[in-house]
Write a protein that binds this ligand. Structure first.
Ligand code: AQP
Length: 343
């Protein structure tokens, strides 16, 4: 009779990452950064700038370190406190790459073949994509599990990858007879801003790689640019409905209402209660004002941090040391569990 699997009983830990592959946008802020800040007071948090993920597509070597500092500045400006949470660049902690290799030997090709993000990013060119882009979710599992993280705040787009991390953790624990060694990490997705959509197309997510800059609000956009982008956002001729079912079949309108709700800390229904019956001539300027009110202080603070790259580098180096101190012993235990020779 097989024994019941032993559950992970270690401490809770939060882990998440953001790629240094372009300017951050409102979706990254609401789906990730804002949650990072909300979690840091009550939890042990590790926030990584995932440069190893970024290079799965071409990154200019002259820009990569600068982009990494840019993301660090966005973390700090959004309110992540390096005295409460660890902030560091992924490539500085070797445990990520090493554990990813071991997990490559645990994950199944059939699992990766089901990953929709690879299909979306590769499109018809999958044969020409890097092996790294295909393997991205395995590295993501290694990122999380190198810290035995139990909770992962991410946007809705990462749900499938998180499920894969759970599958890898469970298969490792089972294959190597190490019940409860790795936790099965829980995604923290729910809540406002989990899926911010493009301002031009309510069926695709707001994304750094969308060729149209009008599709997203960047954290570096100035007030008049934000107002212009919201003015030009796709809507329809109908007024704002009074009830949620009036948003059905109107994805662009639902998206703008959702953004307003997430930024103001209200529910979507609260926003409808305020603006029901109004046209976009009233709603869009109100949304633009709210976006500027929330984003301008972040942009200003980011610029202050970016003016002092030595301070950013000091924070990242200290963070990398703290991250390695957690992850290295965990990966060393993995080597022992897998039976590698050691002196
Ligand atoms: N539109 C979004 N709504 C809510 N959350 C989002 N996230 C990304 N887009 C949205 C969340 O932001 C975190 C960091 O994302 P990332 O930069 O590491 O990777 P990504 O998901 O690939 O982001 P982009 O902007 O869409 O980049 P590209 O265009 O390069 O693919 C993650 O938690 C993500 O869920």
């Amino acid at each position: 009779m097989s024994e019941k699997p032993v559950e992970y009983s270690g401490p809770e830990r939060v882990f998440s990452g953001v790629q240094p592959s372009g300017s951050l946008h409102l979706g990254n802020y609401l789906g990730a950064l804002k949650k990072f800040v909300d979690l840091q007071d009550a939890h042990d948090c590790v926030y990584c700038i995932v440069d190893l993920h970024a290079v799965t597509v071409w990154q200019d070597p002259k820009e990569l370190a600068k982009q990494t500092r840019h993301i660090a500045a966005a973390f700090l400006a959004a309110g992540v406190d390096p005295d409460k949470a660890i902030i560091y660049p992924q490539a500085q902690v070797r445990a990520h790459s090493e554990l990813a290799w071991y997990f490559n030997c645990v994950a199944r090709i059939g699992w990766l073949n089901r990953m929709t993000q690879f299909k979306d990013k590769a499109g018809k060119n999958s044969e020409k994509m890097s092996v790294g882009l295909y393997d991205y979710p395995v590295l993501q599992a290694a990122d999380i599990l190198a810290f035995k993280a139990t909770h992962v705040p991410v946007g809705e787009d990462q749900k499938q990858h998180l499920e894969l991390s759970r599958d890898i953790a469970a298969k490792f624990n089972n294959d190597f007879d190490a019940p409860g060694f790795f936790p099965l990490p829980e995604p923290l997705i729910k809540g406002p801003g989990a899926r911010v959509m493009s301002l031009k197309d309510g069926s695709s997510k707001m994304s750094k790689s969308d060729p149209s800059d009008l599709s997203r609000i960047n954290l570096t956009d100035e007030a008049d640019k934000i107002a212009k982008k919201i003015r030009k956002a796709k809507t329809d001729p109908e007024p704002i409905p009074a009830e949620m079912d009036g948003l059905e079949g109107r994805p662009e309108v639902a998206n703008l209402v959702g953004i307003y709700a997430a930024l103001s800390g209200q529910s979507d229904q609260d926003v409808l209660n305020t603006y029901a019956g109004e046209g976009f001539g009233v709603f869009k300027p109100a949304l633009a004002d709210l976006c500027v009110e929330k984003i301008a202080p972040i942009t200003e603070s980011m610029n202050r941090y970016l003016a002092d790259p030595a301070e950013i580098d000091r924070i990242l180096a200290k963070g990398a040391e703290a991250a390695a101190a957690i992850a290295d012993p965990i990966v060393s235990d993995v080597r022992d569990i897998m039976g590698f020779w050691k002196a």
